[in-house]
Write a protein that binds this ligand. Sequence first.
Ligand code: NZQ
Ligand code: ZN
Length: 388
Amino acid sequence: MLGNFSYVNATKLYFGDDSLKFLNDELPKYGKNIQLIYGGGSVKKNGLYDAVVEILKANGKNIVEDAGVMPNPTVEKLREGVKIARENKVDLLLAMGGGSCCDYAKAVSVAVHCDEDAWEKYFIRFEEPACEIVPVACILTMAGTGSEMNAGSVITNPETKQKIGHVFGENVMPKFSILNPKFTMSLPKRQMVAGCYDIFNHICEQYFSGEDDNTSDYIAEGLMRSVVHSSLIAVENPEDYEARSNIMWTATWALNTLIGKGKTQDWMVHMLGQAVGGYTNATHGMTLAAVSLPYYKFIMPYGLKKFKRFAVEDWKVSPENKSDEEIANAGLAAMENWMRKIGVAMNITELGATAEMIEGIADATFILKGGYKVLTRAEVVQILKESL
Ligand code: NZQ
Ligand code: ZN
């Protein structure tokens, strides 16, 4: 049975290979000072930076540069971004990049007019903003996180090795996002497949919970099939527009809250992956891939019915002459086969984690209660050891 819920999605999307021109429609709605947020320079290499600057200038905007947002944005960078925003009285935070730039823009947006320390308030105490929020917009260059249409923001504190996400309310969601699949084509293959696994796992996190027959799970199955299908095409031919556009659109729907509505959710792969990320600074999607199989094999007996359905519906495993366990195992084997084909990380050792880190990573893992088995700390340690 679907539980009760309310649903709104406050982000306006412009999708397609001509979508950048709609920036001209949106800019007049905001004041003059635009904080232009981007990462380590990919947008300068692929021409997006120049194209956006031209549009901003044509619309008479002051450009306030905020470059160097790193993958897994840090508290220190957040404080720098807040300083830039305050000094320049910015009216819009325009992020160009992947989840890191978009998440960072959201964290800056709730911190600019906040008197308290943003890390402590939002990421340690998980409080909601009580101040004015600077509007955020996103021009997406990497498909994966869904940050372009959600209120999530993940910030890392390298000093304490904490990587923590806060899902804010709808007032923190980007006001608009521009999604042009062509902007993702300059992504290195490793980043592209990390994004594909991130998408797939966002769907799994919402799917592997509860036993009920509900619409959300049917949508989830369709989205999983789409990303698996398109990722295999894009790995062979990164320039395939159809595959890249399907991946981009699936990423958005995988985590814009729709498929989690009315049901419980798991999110333990993300908790484990995030804790690994806090210790290794590894690419987000790879941290998820590296812990997934040990985790899913561990919880499978507790959610056997769903794992069986996953095998039959998503991986087309034939149930004939097989026990439920055999069907479910065949589904996970098919998933593993796909992961190896696209080339994601299969263990945390290759991401820089060591046996000595396991206790610390386990301490940094938030244990959530929505999955098929609420893990004990000892089980977290066991899963992490199996992920090495
Ligand atoms: O910095 P640049 O030079 O732009 O390079 C980036 C970066 O090195 C590069 N890149 C992005 N688009 C490119 C490109 N290179 C060439 N061509 C392009 N078109 O890719 C690298 C990774 O970018 P990043 O933004 O870090 O990747 P992703 O989109 O995976 O974002 C990861 C962050 O999002 C958080 C993660 O924890 C991590 O901090 N997440 C946010 C979520 C949310 N808001 O709901 C949920 C996710 O589960 C996730 O936790
Ligand atoms: Zn993710």
